[in-house]
Design a protein around this ligand. Structure first.
Ligand code: ZN
Ligand code: ZN
Length: 136
């Protein structure tokens, strides 16, 4: 998202929206797949020498559980809240900061549920769905 600072009016909040192709953002998230464009919905406002930019990023995603490898589809929504010092600037590119929000929000390995039992390393059974008798 690139803002033309000279075109923004002082003190008037403007609605902005954009769609990002996850592949082009080079997110490098290894256990998350974006099933739709990443949609941005936000508000930008110039207040003196600051540019306030806040809103939500959302997308349909598919995640693979790090323990049991099951695939979960869900809707990802990440609120963001940015503030820039813009004195003397003509344009501002916020894409990298939005990218950071996406990465930081998804930097933990995804686990499908807190007590996911994972897969038995011996027989490969998903221990959430069935018991196995390897240990006994
Ligand atoms: Zn799991
Ligand atoms: Zn087993």
């Amino acid at each position: 998202m690139i803002f033309d600072i000279l075109k923004l009016k002082e003190g008037i909040a403007e609605e902005v929206s954009n769609d990002y192709n996850a592949d082009k953002l080079d997110l490098g998230l290894f256990d998350i797949q974006f099933k739709s464009l990443i949609h941005l919905e936000g508000i930008v406002e110039k207040v003196q020498t600051n540019l306030l930019f806040r809103g939500n990023l959302s997308s349909q995603i598919e995640q693979v559980c790090a323990r049991c490898l099951c695939v979960t589809q869900s809707k990802l929504t990440i609120p963001f809240d940015l503030c820039y010092e813009i004195a003397g600037m003509e344009t501002l590119n916020a894409t990298n900061d939005l990218r950071d929000y996406l990465i930081l929000d998804n930097s933990d390995r995804f686990i499908c549920k807190k007590d996911c039992k994972g897969i038995c390393p011996t027989c490969g059974v998903n221990l959430n769905e069935a018991d196995c008798y390897c240990k006994s």
